[in-house]
Design a protein around this ligand. Structure first.
Ligand code: CP
Length: 313
């Protein structure tokens, strides 16, 4: 494993989940692996879980960690080649990536979609810019298109709670007042495509995800029908992909309630807006896995960092 940019790059999801679960039982077993190695965490957007769990994962492996809120503290980066830089940008990604590579043995990056320009978002300028010009491995901590560490944590959580070999898993859109990116939903779909499961996506018309990602996956526009007899309900809001970045509707009927959940386990990547996305009773009930998912973020990051360190040592 050199870079870790997408959940689709994993050779065997089953093996990686199994390795992560073993590592969870002995998190300090590889404390010497990261000695004298530094992880740089560059944030172009806010975070709670990703920042702390990735830092903890690195510390468990004996790494040193440097964190920079690049979006607030760094120079505004230029990504285009040949640009006359006489406007707002101060430093080119070519220099920035090479410079950070001298300070860090692995660079982790969070850079969300702007949701204004689909072509620009799909070019993944920040993540791909670092992957192109850095001389060290790059770890995706949520980019425009994907959140692979979240999807891997979700796969660990599913494995820990699955009672049968082919569970029914539903990804349900839920309302939200703001336009949110597609990254979490994209990576969850990509992860589920590698699972033995009955997998259904449900959302209102107009909220179809990128068809290249959902190709072959069942889409059901009737939420109640989709949720029937589900074992796991993974809830997430995303803005329209077709009418790029638009909030087409905020229909409160799509909020997840205890009644709709039935006997299923509830999953969400967090942060979540209570009584907009999901009602209190679900989050406060015993069927909610959200805190366990957040805990598994440490082990998803740690197993990926471990694989990277084993390659570069
Ligand atoms: N789920 C997740 O990535 O949380 P943060 O945005 O707080 O890092």
């Amino acid at each position: 494993m050199r870079h870790f940019l997408s959940i689709t790059e994993i050779d065997s999801l089953i093996n990686l989940v199994s390795d992560a679960r073993a590592l969870k039982k002995s998190p300090f077993a590889s404390k010497d692996l990261g000695r004298n190695k530094t992880l740089g965490l560059l944030f172009f957007n806010n975070s709670l879980r990703t920042r702390l769990s990735t830092q903890k994962a690195a510390l468990n492996l004996g790494m040193d960690v440097m964190v920079m809120s690049f979006g607030k503290e760094g120079w505004a980066l230029e990504y285009q080649d040949g640009t006359i830089m006489d406007q707002g940008t101060s430093e080119h990604i070519r220099e920035a990536a090479q410079v950070v590579s001298q300070y860090c043995d692995v660079i982790a990056i969070r850079a969300f979609a702007g949701l204004k320009d689909k072509e620009k978002d799909e070019a993944e300028l920040v993540l791909n810019g670092f992957a192109t010009y850095a001389s060290v491995p790059i770890l995706n901590m949520e980019s425009s298109l994907g959140h692979p560490l979240q999807a891997l944590a979700d796969a660990i959580t599913l494995a820990e709670h699955s009672k049968n070999t082919k569970p029914k898993v539903v990804l349900s859109w839920a309302p939200h007042p703001k336009a949110l990116p597609h990254a979490v939903a994209n990576s969850f779909v990509e992860m589920m495509r590698q699972q033995q499961a009955e997998f259904i996506i449900t959302h209102p018309k107009g909220y179809e995800l990128n068809p290249a990602i959902t190709e072959g996956v069942q889409i059901e526009y009737d939420q109640n029908k989709a949720l029937k007899d589900a074992d796991f309900v993974y809830v997430k809001n995303w803005s329209s992909y077709l009418e790029y970045g638009q909030v087409l509707q905020q229909d409160p009927d799509w909020m997840i309630t205890q009644e709709k959940l039935g006997k299923a386990k509830f999953m969400h990547c967090l942060p979540v807006r209570r009584n907009v996305v999901v009602e209190d009773a679900v989050l406060d009930g015993h069927q909610s896995l959200v805190v366990e998912q957040a805990n598994n973020r440490t082990y998803s990051a740690q197993i990926v960092l471990k694989k990277i360190l084993e390659e570069i040592k």
